[in-house]
Every structure is written in structure tokens, then in C-alpha cells.
Ligand binder design. Sequence first.
Ligand code: UD1
Length: 421
Amino acid sequence: MEKLVINGGRKLFGKIDISGAKNAAVAILPAAVMASQGVSIIDNIPDIEDVQCIERIIESLNCKLIRGNNTVTIDSTTINNVFANTDDVRRMRASYYLIGALLGRFKEAHVDLPGGCAIGVRPIDQHIKGFEALGATVNIEHGVVTAKAERLVGANIFFDVVSVGATINVMLAATLAEGTTTLENVAKEPHVVDVANFMNSMGANIKGAGTDVIRITGVKELKGCNYSVIPDQIEAGTYMIATAACGGEVVVGNIIPKHMESISAKLIEMGVEVIENEDSLLIRSDRNLKGANIKTLPYPGFPTDVQQPMTTLLSVSRGRSIVNESVWESRFKFVDELKKMGASVKVEGRTAIIDGVSKLTGAVLKATDLRAGAAMIIAGLMAEGTTEVTCIDHVDRGYPHIEEKFKMLGADIRRIKTEDC
Ligand code: UD1
């Protein structure tokens, strides 16, 4: 076990480069197993535990995988297994993309139910609804999702809720179905578009990703391709908020500024200077920020995955702020940790009412999930005194070399071994 020890109160200065998007990479890697010819060389893969987890799962299907520096080469022509039932499958959320990928290619998939962060009930009914509409029979028994079809046939599917996972999963299966599939009320997140672009590079025919309607014309087979994953919107947002919280001047580089607009707009409203360049944002903050109201929404709204870091920033911003979490019902558990540092936050259901305090003080904190862990680190970086963040295995699932990146910006942060957690 490891923990982070942070001596807070240092301003952040310098430049960091954002890594490839976690949520794109963990969908693109399973999607790559759909190629029955050639190899895929995928670049800008983030060095995080969730990626390593999905890579191990793909290898367990007898795919050949070669890891390079931020690059993975996948030869999926050798797959001879449609069973994904390892501990790794149960540990992470994105393993469910193997249902759509294997069902699409082999018309059969046996995949254990996924795990992931405990941030609320995480049903997969919309995934199942989509697979069934394409002609599959789907059963869940003993914790295993079994999906089978004689043939998959294109269909019109209107999702009841906007779901990133269901949009991508059903899109994967429909790619190798006969005829045309129309998906309506889909997620528009940048990583949905990235997966569609990757599939099209493999020979798929997907149109409309990034809008409310995706149209997929089924193709006979997919071939390996070369592809580079988009930058991580959530990692970038985390460093933007950290700079706003600590004060200083940081260039957040290797990003797509358009993906950051909801976060940039909110920071500007609070008094942070955000200057946009072609592939970077300059963030300048004097820490004298005013509170703001936020409602998390599917893209292009304010991302739920940045809510916890933002709530942490609001805890030291002037006046009263109200945060409404409309995507996940249990994403305020980390507030108890913030209160140990002196924050004044009251949670009522899906709403947090925050009365800004002048400072937080260092404490021993537990990362309760991935993005909560990032929020705890930001809290420690801006607090007076020393903060320890335990259970950072949650953070390592999604943030590459987080303490190294913060050290490059001048933070006093180190990783040490611990018995805790
Ligand atoms: C993905 C992200 C996660 C992010 C979330 C919302 C990955 C690996 N994870 O998770 O970081 O917080 O999008 O942006 O990409 N829902 C249903 N039925 C379903 C599916 C979802 O009711 O079949 C509901 C969920 O309970 C939730 C909402 O839809 O309230 C959004 O979930 P979804 O977009 O599917 O999240 P994930 O794909 O699991």
C-alpha cells in the first residue's frame, strides 16, 4: 500500500502535458479486439492501472499485445476465447465493453459483471436493451453476462437515459451487424467520438458521433489500424482546478481546449484567468475566487468526473456555492474528508451547499474513489500544513504519475509505503 504526503500552501508554476484519455483508452482497447485482420498500433495510451487491467483482460482472450512507450500493439487475429471471467474483469467498469466487442465479432460473449468506483447504482439495462434490439439474447446468471445471437440485425434504439457506456457498447456490436442501426439520445462525450473515429479507422461506417443521433451501417469485418487517443479532458480539468486552488500560473498542454469549455467557463466566472491557445490553456490564479453554482450534466455540460475537485475548490471560494450532482447519486461521500480540513459543506441528497472558508488545514484523508482521490490531493496541496492521502490505488487507476506531475509544478508531494488502507 502507498500514500501521498503533501506539505500544502505552495503555488504552482510551469507546464504539464496531459496524457491520453482514460475513458477513451479503456474503450478503444476492447474495441480493437474486433479486428479479424491486421494489427492495431494505438498511441497516446495513458500509463494507468485501468489500462493495465484492460490489457491483461485482452491477453486472457489470447490476443497478442506488445506494450511500448505510451503505445500498444494489438494482434486480435489469434483470439479463440469469448469468456472474460477474471478478477480484473470484476475490478473495473470498462470491462463491459468486451460484451459489445465480442458479441459483435463472434455473436457470443460471456463477461463477468463489471466493478468500478462506488459512486452510485450503476445498472447496465440500457446496454442490454440495445443488444436485445440487435437480436441478441442476454442473460445474467451467477454474476456473468451472457449475450448470444444467431445474427445481429440493425435496429432503431432510443436510449432511456444518456449513457456513455451503453452508447459505446451498443455502437461496437452494431458495427458488425447486418444493415443500419440508429442510436438516439446518445452520449456526446469526446471519448464517444474518439471510439467512433477509431472504429471508422478499422473500417466501420459510423456517422453522427458527437451529436444526439448515431447512424451505423454494418460492415462485414474490421481491420487493425494506427490510431492516437485524444487527450484526457478530466485529467486536464483536475490540473486546471488545482492551479486555481493553489494559486500560480500553469500551462496545461497537449489538450483540446474545446473539450474544456464547461470547466474553463466556470473557472472564469469564479475569477480565474484562462487563456486559450491552440493546444493548451494558461491558467492564472491569485486564489481570491468567488463561489459558483454547478450542475453536473452529460457533455457538453459540466462533467461529473470533475465535480469532486471543483467542490473542493468551492470550499475555499467566497460566499455560498451550490453543487447539484445529476449523474451519480453517491458522489458526495468525500465531503466528510473535506470537513476534517475545516470545510463547511452540507449535503442534502444530490445537492451540496458550500459556505466558503478562508483556508483548509492539513489532515489524514482517505481517497474513497478515483476522482475523490484527486480532490483530496488538491485539498492537501492548497491546505495549511501536512496532509496524508491514503488508498491512492484508486488514484493510480486513472491519473498517470500524479505526484511526479505536481512535483514538476513545484508542489511538495511524495509517495511513501504504508500499512493503512
Ligand atoms: C462513464 C465514465 C465515468 C463517468 C460517466 C458519466 C468510463 C469508463 N466511465 O461511466 O467516469 O462518470 O461515464 O460521464 O467511461 N445508466 C442507467 N442504465 C444504464 C447505464 C447507465 O440507468 O444501462 C445511468 C447511470 O446510473 C448514471 C447515468 O446513466 O446515472 C450515466 O451513466 P453512464 O454514462 O453509463 O456511465 P458509465 O459509462 O458507467
